[in-house]
Design a protein around this ligand. Structure first.
Ligand SMILES: [Zn+2]
Length: 258
């Protein structure tokens, strides 16, 4: 199993630091929106940054890339279909990131929806999914369509139950409040909401999650469940024809949910 630690940045971002199993002093960071917190974490752990993995082009995911890549001569990997602030090895879905000297290898997945070129990294039983999947939620559709996002989430949901999900934001509590509004009868949602409320009251970190757990609590992975469909129909005041329609309705509902 990978040794992964969260580096906090901005108000609620997590920049995930992966310790290289094949290199005692090597580390990789995912989506460094800020350089300084990563530098501090590396110094504390006596690690050198060897590579940077980027999921999408938003500033809170790439803001520190240029400074970190220059300081550590780290190799940068990113989505082929998006423009990053510095040179990177462009990746499309189906590619494999092989970091042989670090003992790391990740499969790249295309997961459009939040942005059109968004990619995710899967390997060693872990998924680094940026702003595509959150615990009990998913990213806003800034560039893609509901059909694209549902397809991306369906392909993520096909990964094994025990996959550890490293999302890029601490949004879990707000997402669970929404999940409880969609499925007030879902005991897993209510139980997790209690646990997460307690954890967040002492500033605890709710990630990583697992895909098996997300399938039970995340309304956006549950668009084909009768209860979620019924909630979407009640919200829309009409019958709903497809899972993509269910997804579109609950995503729109969540956008205005407080
Ligand atoms: Zn984003």
């Amino acid at each position: 199993m990978l040794e992964v630690s969260p580096v906090r940045a901005f108000s609620d971002n997590y920049l995930w630091l992966i310790r290289a199993p094949g290199d005692r002093t090597g580390a990789v960071v995912v989506d460094p929106g800020e350089a300084r917190p990563v530098e501090i974490a590396l110094e504390q752990k006596s690690l050198e940054l060897r590579a940077i993995l980027v999921t999408h082009h938003h500033p809170d995911h790439v803001g520190g890339v240029r400074a970190l890549a220059a300081r550590y001569s780290a190799e940068v990997f990113g989505p082929a279909r998006e423009t990053l602030p510095c040179e990177c090895r462009p990746l499309n879905g189906g590619a494999v990131v092989k970091l042989a000297s670090l003992g790391l290898e990740f499969d790249v997945m295309d997961v459009p929806g939040h942005t059109l070129g968004h990619i995710a990294y899967h390997g060693h039983g872990a998924l680094f999914c940026g702003d595509t999947l959150f615990s009990a939620g998913c990213g806003r559709l800034f560039e893609g369509t509901p059909v694209q996002m549902l397809d991306s989430l369906d392909r993520i949901a096909a990964l094994p139950d025990e996959t550890l999900v490293y999302c890029a934001h601490e949004y879990t509590l707000g997402n669970l409040r929404f999940a409880a509004a969609v499925e007030p009868g879902n005991a897993d949602v209510l139980e997790t909401l209690d646990a997460v409320q307690a954890l967040r009251s002492r500033d605890g970190i709710t990630l990583p999650s697992t895909l098996g757990h997300e399938r039970r609590i995340n309304p956006f992975l549950r668009c084909r469940e009768p209860a979620v469909r019924a909630a979407a129909e009640a919200r829309a005041g009409r019958g709903v024809a497809s899972a993509a329609d269910v997804f579109a309705i609950i995503r729109g509902w969540k956008d205005g949910f407080r």
